[in-house]
Design a protein around this ligand. Structure first.
Ligand SMILES: *[C@@H]1O[C@H](CO)[C@@H](O)[C@H](O)[C@H]1NC(C)=O
Ligand SMILES: *[C@@H]1O[C@H](CO)[C@@H](O)[C@H](O)[C@H]1NC(C)=O
Ligand SMILES: *[C@@H]1O[C@H](CO)[C@@H](O)[C@H](O)[C@H]1NC(C)=O
Ligand SMILES: *[C@@H]1O[C@H](CO)[C@@H](O)[C@H](O)[C@H]1NC(C)=O
Ligand SMILES: [Zn+2]
Length: 484
């Protein structure tokens, strides 16, 4: 009988060993997306991070992820929210600008320029809301804007001159998201943003003790988030994804370093420019005056060994930072360790980002945990455009057009990317009928095998022994066993 059972399990594993629902994503679990700004992929190497380590054991850890180019905050976060490369979503910089009026708004004020963010690409909150989910966002870049007349339902926009490093405030924000939003208001999807370790990485450098302290703070916060989820009874139906927008690289300083100062380059003059975004880390964009494009380009070309200069349309295709009308005609970027200055080195940061996204220092970390994710699984790197289709799959919504693919992230899921069909899909009901039939055939087969072997056993007994008194009981016992 055991033999028969094993044959049955081999022939019909799907119908007996596991119910179909465990092997597909139902799309009903809550989802929390967290960004710790500037958390480089290897920041846990030189710091004790018990909570991040525990999360890796309980879930999935990627070696690293590749952010979109330009590797700065608002553009990269909008890629997380939309799965589109920056040239496709249009949030091309942290700074809003108008080249005619030469007006410019810095990172914080740009958050409130609706038509800068709402450039034809919908962030996941709006798509999820339109498909009936309840969403929220706390401090995540893009939260303040209105998209096609809609904003994220529950939101908290950070106050001006916000202290990004205050751990007490971090805990209050976690409480708000977990208790008020997920538990009491029953939201389905929330994005949560923390401005450190970016802040400490810029100010003190990525190799500083201050940055290591910031990573410990992140680790404590991750512990607090998971502990709070557990206490509130959320953890068995909530997936948590933790990642970042970019990494951080040490800026070279000192006498040996030949800094990139554009006005030191022969033939370059500010007077030839209509507009410029200079003194913004390792990247710059220029709009030359009418008819002076080639003059400016040729002057800068070859002007510094660590400076790359491109006409917009010649930007390497792999960077996906070429097509959008907002990009200025000349784009510059520096090698790791360098920043681009106009007149003289203005920036006193010890760490910078904005470099080529192939530079390892620009790669963020990625962790995920929850009922839909495998446990204790290390995966290889993938591009952050793929996080959007993963999130849409997890919360059961139909994604907008995007540049990612679930195929690049589905191996992290227990379902391997299979969606549980609602039942009205004809293919799925046919599948169910087939599985049902297989089960029935399996039982008939098993019963047949059991009866046959029992008869054989009985015959054998009859030949070898007298009929025992307990015959009837034995028979009943056997038939019970066959009808499990
Ligand atoms: C820039 O400002 C000019 C003049 O006010 C206006 O006509 C133009 O539409 C603005 N461009 C953008 C992209 O906002
Ligand atoms: C996106 O922005 C560009 C330039 O600012 C503008 O020309 C274009 O019409 C915008 N597209 C949409 C769909 O808003
Ligand atoms: C947004 O609202 C305005 C005014 O109510 C309306 O004219 C416009 O068509 C709306 N746009 C969309 C995309 O719903
Ligand atoms: C940190 O945040 C808490 C809670 O918002 C606040 O009470 C406290 O004053 C802040 N600490 C500092 C040093 O700003
Ligand atoms: Zn930064």
């Amino acid at each position: 009988m055991l033999l028969a059972l094993s044959i049955l399990l081999l022939v019909f594993p799907a119908s007996l060993s596991a119910p179909a629902r465990d092997r597909c994503t139902r799309g009903r679990n809550k989802l929390l997306l967290i960004s710790f700004d500037g958390f480089r992929w290897d920041y846990d190497r030189d710091v004790d991070t018990p909570n991040l380590d525990k999360m890796a054991v309980d879930g999935v850890k990627a070696a690293y992820v590749t952010p979109p180019y330009l590797t700065i905050t608002s553009p990269s976060h909008f890629t997380l929210l939309s799965g589109r490369y920056i040239e496709n979503h249009g949030v091309i910089h942290n700074v809003w600008f108008n080249t005619t009026t030469r007006q410019r708004k810095e990172y914080y004020m740009t958050q409130f320029v609706d038509d800068y963010w709402d450039n034809g690409t919908l962030p996941i909150w709006i798509t999820a809301q339109r498909q009936g989910l309840k969403t929220g966002s706390l401090h995540f870049p893009g939260t303040a804007a209105t998209y096609q007349n809609e904003t994220v339902q529950e939101r908290e926009v950070e106050p001006r001159a916000y202290d990004y490093t205050n751990e007490t405030a971090w805990k209050e924000n976690v409480d708000k998201v977990m208790k008020d939003w997920f538990k009491e208001q029953d939201l389905d999807f929330v994005t949560l943003y923390f401005g450190d370790p970016d802040e400490s990485g810029h100010k003190h450098g990525p190799d500083s003790p201050e940055r290591r302290e910031a990573v410990k703070k992140v680790d404590r916060t991750v512990g607090y988030i998971r502990e709070t989820a557990e206490k509130l009874g959320l953890s068995d139906h909530m997936n948590i994804i933790i990642t970042a927008d970019h990494g951080m690289s040490t800026v070279f300083k000192g006498d040996q370093v030949k800094e990139i100062v554009l006005t030191d380059i022969p033939g370059f003059s500010y007077k030839d420019l209509q507009f410029h975004l200079l003194d913004y880390g390792p990247t710059a964009m220029l709009l030359p005056k009418e008819g002076l494009l080639d003059k400016v380009y040729n002057a800068l070309k070859g002007g510094h060994p660590n400076l790359h200069i491109y006409k917009k349309e010649d930007m390497p295709a792999r960077l996906h930072y070429s097509k959008h009308p907002r990009l200025l005609p000349i784009i510059l970027y520096a090698d790791p360790g360098y920043v681009i200055s106009g007149f003289y080195p203005l920036q006193n940061n010890k760490g910078e980002h904005g470099y080529d996204n192939e530079v390892m220092d620009m790669k963020p970390f990625f962790r995920a945990v929850g009922p839909d994710f495998h446990k204790n699984l290390l995966v290889g790197p993938f591009e952050t455009v793929n996080i959007y289709p993963l999130m849409c799959h997890l919360i059961g919504i139909k994604p907008e057009i995007n540049d990612g693919s679930l195929e690049n992230t589905q191996h992290m899921l227990i379902s391997n990317g299979e969606t549980c069909d609602s039942g009205d899909d004809p293919k799925s009901s046919l599948q169910n009928v087939f599985i049902g039939l297989a089960a029935v055939v399996g039982f008939v087969f098993l019963a047949f095998v059991v009866v046959t072997s029992y008869n054989g056993y009985k015959k054998h007994k009859l030949y070898s022994k007298e009929i025992e008194k307990g015959y009837e009981d034995e028979m009943q016992g056997d038939s019970k066993q066959t009808s499990f």
